[in-house]
Write a protein that binds this ligand. Structure first.
Ligand code: ADP
Ligand code: MG
Length: 632
């Protein structure tokens, strides 16, 4: 045992303590995954070393054969995992094994309910990692030395997984990391060659470097010297032919590259040969990571060049709206010393990016077609992100639009499950537009007066209530040759859906009501840009339409929330001449009363559209005045 110096005890970051607690109590039924996590880390460490050694071969210290060794001691009840990867220095050990460096972690952990079943799902979103060692161990020791540091700068980290850990400086001859798990009582089963071998085969067969276990000697005398044998396949999964790879292997590989805990929804594995040569293996996760909407959240693919790991989170290969995709890309064209800067531009990257984007969109199309339920889950999880697509990726607009799902007047409740193809399959004879309405929530717009005429004519309207929908629709102008029309906007032209007679009748009414229109203009004054007879309404007395070019409510709210000054957009006041209230208004001789009534109708129309009133007190006063008169 070498001497320990500079020994100190440090407390875990609060988040680590919470996570440890959660892990130990919620992953009990799945405890063998600790080994997958530790092997995954050892494999990453080997990748990092190989990469750094491209520029500094001396880091290999003469030992270029990277591997992982797994051993156990039944009597001491320990399991030991050793790698000769990049290793960690003292500062790195303290940072990586004492804190969690993911932004948003504290907020995320606030969601914990204490209900183990629910929380174990949350942890899936978070990823497990190193701390999962404490599921089976009540003491964990880590001995590590960073490649290139002198043997005297080894680190010994030790913890019981409670509030704190110890670090000390020790001698460590070999570069890399050794992790010793002191098994909890009841977990001795893991100190067993057969058990470990099985776990490795089950979860880590895809790991590209050899995982060695001591050779088992049955019956015979054990040789004096320990013999090691490789128990995994030890070749990079994506380099193997598709037909030879089992689904389970794809799934386990995903958990390693995606740092995820659950199986993916779909994957696409492709080898491209020709002008460019590369292999890609892309996955659609089943669940959003907890930090999906964090700006700094990890995104991008794991980049390899000729089988050598180059970097994590290479975000140059996919557009932002596909940032939830995980996987690897292995290029034969890029140089081994490619840097993030070089990756920013260039024809190779551009052409890979557009091909990979297409692959992902194809994979999603296929998922939608073949596994509707899975696609629906995908949509719930990542639909909002995909909606950024039409604005970001002009070339694939139509393809992305085909992947969108909406709530609709013909759909089931507020579920976003109607595709544009579904919609087009149901259009009425003579309908050459796709109609939609935006608003704050489904509940708020499902009975909007804007829908009255569509309901009467049996025409489907898409109901768009996500925060970014109005913005999205400013980029989507048509699909399959049919224009999108916001039913709350402009002078709604139903085209062939209105018969010639309908149109004629509308014109005649408009003429007949010219007097009322003028009176209303006088009463509403500056509040409106126009007053006209509506053909949108069947049941409501009045409605406010948005000008063709004006910002809608959602966009105004988004801009205002981001501190921008938005010009006041004045609506168009449309009334329903057949409504008894309008007839009553038309017959009102008293101009003051006429004005009060008009304002009430205007304010009600604003409320029905989901807008707030500029002067709610005035509305209430006017209404009360009327009520008093009524009861008098
Ligand atoms: P993740 O792998 O998702 O980053 P982990 O909790 O599994 O999270 O590991 C935390 C960090 O600790 C790793 O990112 C790495 O920097 C470091 N680490 C863990 N195991 C090793 C190892 N065997 N060799 C070198 N570094 C390691
Ligand atoms: Mg890990």
């Amino acid at each position: 045992m070498s001497v320990e110096t500079q020994k100190e005890t440090l407390g875990f970051q609060t988040e680590v303590k919470q996570l440890l607690h959660l892990m130990i109590h919620s992953l009990y039924s799945n405890k063998e995954i600790f080994l997958r996590e530790l092997i995954s880390n050892a494999s990453d460490a080997a990748d990092k070393l190989r990469f750094e050694a491209l520029a500094k071969p001396e880091l290999l210290e003469g030992g270029a054969e990277l591997k992982i060794r797994l051993s156990f001691d039944k009597d001491a009840k320990t399991v030991t995992l050793e790698d000769n990867g990049i290793g960690m220095n003292r500062d790195e050990v303290i940072a990586h094994l004492g804190t969690i460096a993911k932004s948003g972690t504290a907020d995320f952990l606030k969601n914990l309910s204490g209900d183990q079943k629910k929380d174990s799902h949350l942890i899936g979103q978070f990823g497990v990692g190193f701390y999962s060692a404490f599921i089976v161990a009540d003491q964990v020791e880590v001995f590590s030395r960073r490649a290139g540091s002198p043997a005297s700068e080894g680190v010994h980290w030790s913890s019981k997984g409670e509030g704190d850990f110890e670090v000390a400086t020790v001698d460590k001859a070999e570069r890399g990391t050794r992790i010793v798990l002191h098994l909890k009582s009841g977990e001795e089963e893991f100190a067993d060659g057969w058990r470990l071998r099985n776990i490795v085969k089950k979860y880590s067969d895809h790991i590209a470097l050899p995982i060695e276990l001591p050779k088992e000697h049955q019956g015979e005398d054990k040789p004096a010297e320990l013999e090691w044998e490789t128990v995994n396949r030890a070749s990079a999964l994506w380099t193997r032919p598709r037909t030879e790879i089992k689904d389970e292997e794809y799934q386990e590989f995903y958990k390693h590259v995606g740092h995820d805990f659950e199986n993916p929804l779909a994957w696409s594995h492709n080898k491209v040969e020709g002008k460019l040569e590369y292999t890609s293996l892309l996955y659609v996760p089943a669940r959003a990571p907890f930090d999906l909407y964090q700006r700094e959240a990890p995104k991008g693919l794991k980049l390899y060049v000729q089988r050598v790991f180059i970097m994590d989170q290479a975000d140059q290969f996919l557009p932002l709206y596909l940032r939830f995709i995980k996987g690897v890309v292995d290029s034969n064209d890029l140089s081994l010393n490619v840097s993030r800067e070089i990756l920013q531009t260039g024809p190779v990257i551009d052409s890979m990016k557009s091909a990979l984007t297409k692959r992902v969109l194809d994979m999603l199309e296929k998922l939608a077609k073949e596994k509707a339920e899975d696609y629906q889950n995908f949509w719930k999880t990542f639909g909002q992100v995909l909606k950024e697509g039409p604005a970001e990726d002009f070339a694939n607009k139509e393809k992305i639009a085909g992947l969108l799902r909406f709530a609709s007047t013909a759909g089931e409740g507020d579920e976003q499950s109607v595709s544009l193809a579904d919609y087009l399959g149901r259009v009425k004879d003579g309908q050459d537009k796709i109609y939609y309405l935006t608003g704050e929530s489904y509940a708020q717009i499902k009975n909007s007066p804007h829908l009255e005429v569509f309901r009467k004519k049996g025409i489907e309207v898409l109901l768009l209530t996500d925060r970014i929908d109005e913005w999205l629709m400013s980029y989507l102008t048509e699909f399959d040759g049919k224009q999108f029309v916001d039913v709350a906007r402009g002078d709604l032209d139903l085209g062939k859906l209105d018969s010639e007679e309908d149109k004629k009748a509308q014109e005649e009414v408009a003429k007949a009501k010219e007097g009322l229109i003028e009176r209303l203009k006088g009463a509403l004054g500056e509040q409106v840009t126009e007053v006209r007879v509506s053909h949108r309404l069947t049941d409501s007395p009045a409605i406010l339409a948005i000008g063709e070019q004006d910002l809608g409510l959602q966009m105004r709210q988004i801009l205002e929330a981001s501190g921008q000054k938005v010009p006041d957009a004045k609506p168009i006041f449309e009334f329903n001449p057949a409504h008894p209230l309008i007839e009553r208004l038309d017959a009102e001789p008293d101009e003051d009363r006429f004005a009060d009534l008009s304002h009430i109708l205007f304010d009600q129309a604003a409320l029905a559209a989901g807008d707030s009133l500029k002067d709610p007190a005035a509305y209430v006063q006017r209404l009360n005045k009327l009520l008093v008169e009524l009861s008098a």
